[in-house]
Design a protein around this ligand. Structure first.
Ligand SMILES: CC(=O)/C=C/C=C(C)/C=C/C1=C(C)CCCC1(C)C
Ligand SMILES: CC(/C=C/C=O)=C\C=C\C=O
Ligand SMILES: [Fe+2]
Length: 556
C-alpha cells in the first residue's frame, strides 16, 4: 500500500456528484499523503472522514437523494472523476488468503468537451484497483495519462485515431498531412484501454492494440510511469491486445498489414526485446485477420486467421464504417495455424468453419492412445460467425435497452485442429449454449492451467432478453454444464479467477468481478470459484464504467 505510506495525517474523500472533471494540479495532490488547499477543499465539498491509525480513508457515500436521481447504468457513462481512493465497506467475509491487488482496465471516458464518442472501445482508459489485505478492501481508480488523453484534454478535442473515432482535420492540407503520417503510425492512439498485465519482472503494463499504446503504470498509486518501449527492431504498428504472459515469457502476434500474415514473437521477462520466432502467411483474403487474442498450448502457438480482416481503406477513412477498421471476407475462409514454440515451424494449417471471436479462452494438446499429440483443442468465445456484435457495442445501442432481446448468440466455440496433415479442422460448441443463455464473452480460467487440459472457465453469459451479457457464468467443460449468477438490470464485468495459494483443485479460488447495477451504482463482487456462490461484496462510492480486462498482482 505504497500510496498510503508514511505519515498521512488527514485523509479526505472527495464527494463530487456532478460529472465535473477534477484536474488537480501537480502541486495540489489530493490523495495519499493529503495536502489540499482551502480553495479546492471548498470547491469539492471535501469531507474529512478519518485519521485512523492505519491511515486508510473510509468512503463517504453520496447522499441518498443523489443516488436516487442516478438511475442509469454507470457501465455506459463516463467515469465521474479523474481519480479516487478509499476503503470500501465489505459485506460478507473476504478470504484472508486473498492478499494482493486486482487491477482492471477499460475505456472509461467517452467524451471530450461536448463531443461524445460512439463506440465502447473508443473511451479513454480508466484503471481500477481493488487491493485486498487481511480481509479489507481498498479501492482506487485513475485515468491513464496516455499522450492521446493528455492531448485531447489540452486541446479539448480528439487528437489521435481511436478504435472508431478519428480527429477532425482543421483543413484539407492538414487532412493530407495526416494521411501521409499514417504509414509511420504517428496519428494512431496510445490510449491503453484494453487490458493490464503483470510481467515476470514485476512491471505492470496497460495495453491496447497499437504497439505505442503499451504503458507502464504503478500498481500501487496507479501513476502512469511511461511508455513500454520495445528495444528490438521488429517494428510493427499493431499487435494482439492479449499477449500470453507468464513468469518467464511474453508471447504476442504482430499482424503484417502489407504482406498478409503474422509475426510470432517472444520476449524474455526482464527484457524489452521481442525475438522473432516465426511467421505465418495468411492463406486467404486480401489482408490479415483481426487478432485481438490467440491461445497457446504447452508446445504450440495457435495463430487464428479470422475472416474478419483488417482493411487498409477503412483504416484511412474519417468516418467509421459498419465494421470499423475491418471487413468481413467469408469467401476468404477461416484458418487456424499451429506453430511450434521451440522451432517456429508450422505443424498444422487447417481450414475451419467461419468464426468471429474477440477472445480465445485456452488451448491444450490432445494425445492419442500412444501418448502422441494428435490434435490441438482451442476454445474461444464465438459469436456465431456474426459480425453484428461489433455494432451492438456502439454506445447508443448499449444505452438504449428497451426490453428487446437483441444480443446475438454466442457460444464456447471449440476448435479441433488435427496434427496429422488433414486439411480441415472442426469448430463446435463445447456445451449447449442455452446453458449460459447464448451469451459468452470476457472469459478467464485458472492460470495454472494455461495451455493444459482444463475443466472450468468463467465468463459473462446472458439471461434473455438482453442487449449485452448480463450474467456471470461458470462453465464446466467436462460436465458440459454452466452455473449462472444474475442481478436483475445489472451489467457484470469480466469475472477474474484468482487461485488460492496451495490449491490442488482447479476451481479452488475466488472470482472477482465488478458490477454496474440498475440503480446507477456498483459494487465489487467476490464469488467462490468452486460453488459460484457470493462470498462478499463491497459497494463502490459511485458506479463505474464498463471494464475490459484485469490482472492479479499478488502481495510480495
Ligand atoms: C478496446 C478494445 O478491445 C480494442 C481496441 C482497439 C483499438 C484501440 C484498435 C485500434 C486500431 C487503430 C487505432 C488503427 C489500426 C487498427 C486498429 C488496431 C483497429
Ligand atoms: C465486451 C465484449 C463483447 C461482449 C459481447 O458479448 C467484447 C470486448 C472485447 C474487447 O476486449
Ligand atoms: Fe479483449
Amino acid at each position: 500500500m505504497a500510496s498510503f505510506a508514511s505519515s498521512a495525517t488527514k485523509i479526505y474523500c472527495t464527494n463530487i456528484l456532478s460529472h465535473d472533471r477534477f484536474d488537480h494540479g501537480k502541486d495540489e495532490p489530493y490523495f495519499g499523503k493529503v495536502k489540499i488547499n482551502e480553495k479546492t477543499k471548498k470547491n469539492l465539498d471535501l469531507k474529512l472522514v478519518t485519521n485512523v491509525a492505519s491511515q486508510l480513508p473510509v468512503i463517504v457515500l453520496p447522499p441518498d437523494e443523489v443516488v436516487k436521481k442516478e438511475k442509469k447504468l454507470a457501465a455506459w457513462t463516463s467515469v465521474r472523476q479523474e481519480r479516487w481512493e478509499g476503503e470500501l465497506v465489505v459485506e460478507g467475509d473476504l478470504p484472508l488468503w486473498l492478499n494482493g491487488t486486482y487491477l482492471r482496465n477499460g475505456p472509461g471516458q467517452w467524451h471530450i468537451g461536448n463531443y461524445n464518442f460512439r463506440h465502447l472501445f473508443d473511451g479513454y482508459a480508466t484503471l481500477v484497483r481493488l487491493h485486498f489485505e487481511n480481509g479489507r478492501l481498498i479501492m482506487g481508480h485513475r485515468q491513464i495519462e496516455s499522450d492521446a488523453y493528455k492531448a485531447a484534454k489540452h486541446n479539448n478535442k480528439i487528437c489521435c485515431r481511436e478504435f472508431s473515432e478519428v480527429p477532425k482535420p482543421d483543413n484539407f492540407i492538414s487532412y493530407i498531412g495526416d494521411m501521409a503520417k499514417l504509414l509511420s503510425g504517428a496519428p494512431l492512439t496510445d490510449n491503453a484501454n484494453t487490458g493490464v498485465v503483470k510481467l515476470g519482472d514485476g512491471r505492470v503494463v496497460c495495453l491496447t492494440e497499437t504497439i505505442k499504446g503499451s504503458i507502464v503504470i504503478d500498481p500501487n498509486t496507479l501513476d502512469t510511469i511511461g511508455k513500454f518501449e520495445f528495444s528490438d527492431s521488429l517494428g510493427g504498428l499493431i499487435h494482439s491486445a492479449h499477449p500470453i504472459v507468464t513468469e518467464s515469457e511474453f508471447w504476442t502476434l504482430i499482424p503484417d498489414l502489407i504482406n498478409p500474415g503474422y509475426l510470432v514473437v517472444r520476449m524474455e521477462q526482464g527484457t524489452n526485446e521481442r525475438n522473432y520466432i516465426g511467421r505465418v502467411s495468411c492463406r486467404g483474403g486480401p489482408a490479415a485477420g483481426w487478432v485481438h487474442s490467440f491461445p497457446v498450448t504447452e508446445h504450440y502457438i495457435i495463430v487464428p486467421e479470422m475472416p474478419l480482416r483488417y482493411c487498409a481503406q477503412n483504416l484511412l477513412k474519417a468516418e467509421p464504417t459498419p465494421l470499423y477498421k475491418f471487413e468481413w471476407h467469408p469467401h476468404s475462409k477461416g484458418f487456424m495455424h499451429v506453430m511450434c514454440k521451440a522451432s517456429g515451424n508450422i505443424v498444422a494449417s487447417v481450414e475451419v468453419p467461419l468464426f468471429v471471436t474477440f477472445h480465445f479462452i485456452n488451448a491444450y494438446e490432445e494425445k492419442d492412445e500412444d501418448g502422441r499429440v494428435s490434435a490441438v483443442i482451442a476454445d474461444c468465445c464465438e459469436h456465431s460467425a456474426d459480425t453484428t456484435i461489433l455494432d451492438k457495442l456502439r454506445l447508443e445501442n448499449l444505452r438504449s435497452f428497451n426490453g428487446e432481446d437483441v444480443l446475438p448468440d454466442a457460444r464456447v466455440g471449440r476448435f479441433r485442429i488435427p496434427l496429422d496433415g488433414s486439411p480441415y479442422g472442426e469448430l463446435e460448441a463445447a456445451l449447449n449454449p442455452n446453458e449460459h443463455g447464448r451469451g459468452m464473452d470476457m472469459c478467464s480460467f485458472n492460470p495454472s492451467y494455461l495451455g493444459k487440459k482444463y475443466r472450468y472457465a468463467y465468463a459473462c453469459g446472458a439471461k434473455r432478453p438482453c442487449n449485452f451479457p448480463n450474467t456471470l457464468t461458470k462453465i464446466d467443460l467436462f460436465e458440459k454444464k454452466a452455473k449462472n449468477w444474475y442481478d436483475e438490470g445489472a451489467v457484470p464485468f469480466e469475472p477474474f479467477f484468482v487461485p488460492r495459494p496451495g490449491a490442488t483443485e482447479e476451481d479452488d479460488g475466488v472470482v472477482i468481478s465488478m458490477i454496474s447495477d440498475k440503480n446507477g451504482e456498483g459494487y465489487a463482487l467476490i464469488l467462490d470459484g468452486s460453488t459460484f456462490e457470493e462470498i462478499a461484496r463491497a459497494k463502490f462510492p459511485y458506479g463505474f464504467p464498463y471494464g475490459l480486462h484485469g490482472c492479479w498482482v499478488p502481495k510480495k
